[in-house]
Write a protein that binds this ligand. Structure first.
Ligand code: SF4
Length: 343
């Protein structure tokens, strides 16, 4: 039981570890470059855990007319729905298909039901809760990951997740996308960064692990502003973070904007993005586990940039790059109590 009490302190331990041993890591064999998701999940489950995407058939307030109809300018949900969950709202069936896919190679694998597409705390709450509980009843499913917008969680939803998390693993993932309100307005997110701050803090205050998703390269943001996002996010009680490069997707409003005014977009090369992620990680609190760095939309949907690089390939390039530079996550992170500019 003692070890269980250690898990919530994992981020703090990472922070202390990186700060105390930072100099050693700079000059030694670079066994620490960044905190990966294995550190976050492995400490909880002790074995292989795979997220299985399920589609609850929800929508989002930015599409159904509540906030708007066009959605975020970059959004095409077809880019993040795997085939096994594209055609049915039957949660059990989606999970069983996903398990068949991964179980062939790793029979001992455990699974997290990942409610990813659209906004999974929006709409008929009773129906969504039934779906979560149906997912948790599937053999081998050891927890839930719920993706949602920060302005679509309420205290009631968080109270529900808190109760659920006493029985199983629950991890909430928020679409943050940018810390800058002017960017959020420009991409038509329909919420501001204050909504993110509230949602992340309230979720963490209930002892629920909380993740965020950030897009690097949104129009109007400079290299320095993107790097600065790391310090701003480090001050939130985030446990995990997913990064990805801006991709212009066919059929989106952003694709039209890109065709009409390409000069307003500064799509990055892989090398430029490597430099950006490296600088970002150096300022990121080491206790935040980074789940991924790039996303790869199907070529049939992708307008630009056409990198043709998978996340694991990027991770290898990143490790080499940061190793060669002698840098690592958290190297330039300044905790609030040491900041001279902290409010
Ligand atoms: S990115 Fe998310 S919030 Fe934005 S329109 Fe798409 S589903 Fe809705």
């Amino acid at each position: 039981m003692k070890i269980l009490r250690f898990f919530p302190r994992f981020p703090l331990v990472c922070t202390i570890f990186a700060r105390v041993f930072g100099k050693k890591m700079e000059t030694d064999t670079h066994y620490y470059i960044y905190t990966g998701l294995d550190a976050f999940l492995g400490s909880r489950f002790g074995g292989k855990v795979q997220k299985l995407s399920v589609n609850a058939g929800t929508t989002c307030p930015n599409r159904d007319g509540t906030l708007g109809r066009g959605g975020c300018t970059y959004c095409n949900n077809r880019t993040f729905n795997p085939d096994y969950c594209a055609t049915t709202a039957d949660i059990r069936k989606q999970l069983e298909e996903g398990k068949r896919f991964f179980g062939r190679k790793y029979p001992q694998m455990k699974y997290l039901a990942y409610f990813q597409a659209y906004t999974n705390t929006y709409g008929d709450a009773a129906r969504l809760r039934r779906m979560y509980e149906e997912a948790l009843a599937v053999d081998g499913v050891v927890g839930l990951v719920v993706g949602t917008r920060p302005d679509c969680v309420t205290a009631e939803w968080l109270d529900y997740f808190e109760r659920l998390s006493r029985e199983t693993f629950v991890w909430i993932e928020y679409g943050i996308e940018s810390v800058y309100d002017r960017t959020l307005r420009r991409v038509n997110r329909g919420h501001d960064f204050a909504a993110t701050r509230w949602a992340v803090e309230e979720t963490a205050a209930r002892g629920i692990p909380v993740g965020g998703h950030l897009i690097l390269g949104l129009p109007g943001e400079s290299f320095k502003e993107m790097v600065d996002e790391a310090a701003i996010l480090s001050r939130l009680p985030l446990d995990t973070l997913k990064l990805h490069q801006l991709q212009v997707i066919r059929g989106t409003r952003m694709a039209r904007e890109y065709a009409e005014r390409p000069e307003q977009f500064h799509l990055m090369t892989v090398d430029r993005y490597l430099a950006l992620v490296s600088a970002f990680l150096q300022r990121l609190r080491p206790g935040i586990a980074v789940e991924r760095f790039v996303s790869q939309s199907p070529p049939s949907l992708l307008v630009a940039p056409a990198w043709g690089i998978k996340n694991y390939e990027f991770v290898e390039l990143l490790k080499k790059h940061m190793h060669a530079e002698g840098v690592f996550q958290g190297q330039l992170y300044v905790p609030d109590k040491e900041r001279t500019d902290a409010p």
